[in-house]
Design a protein around this ligand. Sequence first.
Ligand code: MG
Length: 171
Amino acid sequence: MKPFSKNIIFLDTEFSSLDPYRGEILSIGLVKLDGKELYIELKHNGEVDEWVEKNIIPSLKKPKVSREEAVERIKEFIGDTEPYMVGYVNQFDAIYWHKLFGIENNPCHWIPIDFASILFASGINPERYNCENKNNFYKEIGIDHSKYRKHHALDDAKLLREVYLRFVEDK
Ligand SMILES: [Mg+2]
């Protein structure tokens, strides 16, 4: 595949609920095309879904920062190039990203790019990205996904970068 732009940044977030009216962002992983990375865990005092309590909360081990500090650190990391943010099944990431930044303050391009849609448009079942899918494509594309922690925002963003680069012709 030949992407439209190299001005991209890989993103993954973990959040407290799949219900965007109740949920808030808990952690953010960002990885640039050149591999530079940023990982942030945010303070959160509200309720969390049962699945999140079991699968996400135990993996959040870094000092928690305020939402304001998270915004500042992310803006400093991204700079003013307005990269396209690339996520895998990115609708929740995008919603929680916008809840954090607001519409006017978004440091990324306003169009979020979904890697699942890229796979779909390339004739590949987007479910094959999922490591837990028995038909996943990791062996075929030569990536050892076991080195990445599951449901960890930074590792998910790093894995996405590695997979993305496998599918790009002109790196
Ligand atoms: Mg994740």
